[in-house]
Design a protein. Structure first.
Length: 77
């Protein structure tokens, strides 16, 4: 949903960190091609889907010190 709503590239989405997500203000801070930072607004439906992912489906960190959990999208691998 985020890809469709925001026009992000796949590489931009998988490299998003939690610090880049500004849900209260409705935008993502994305590092794009050429190391250029840009601000991308998030629509209401995508915000709700992202909140649902974060609170229901995102795995809880076993060890919060691990850098992997600073990324928005995490797997159980």
């Amino acid at each position: 949903m985020l890809l469709l709503d925001t026009g992000l590239r796949i590489g931009e989405l998988v490299n998003l960190k939690m610090d880049d997500v500004h849900m209260d203000d409705g935008y993502l801070k994305v590092m794009g091609k050429g190391k250029k930072e840009r601000i991308v607004p998030i629509g209401n439906n995508a915000q709700r889907a992202l909140q649902r992912y974060l609170f229901r489906f995102r795995p809880k960190p076993i060890n919060p010190v691990i850098d992997m959990y600073s990324y928005l999208l995490v797997t159980n691998l």
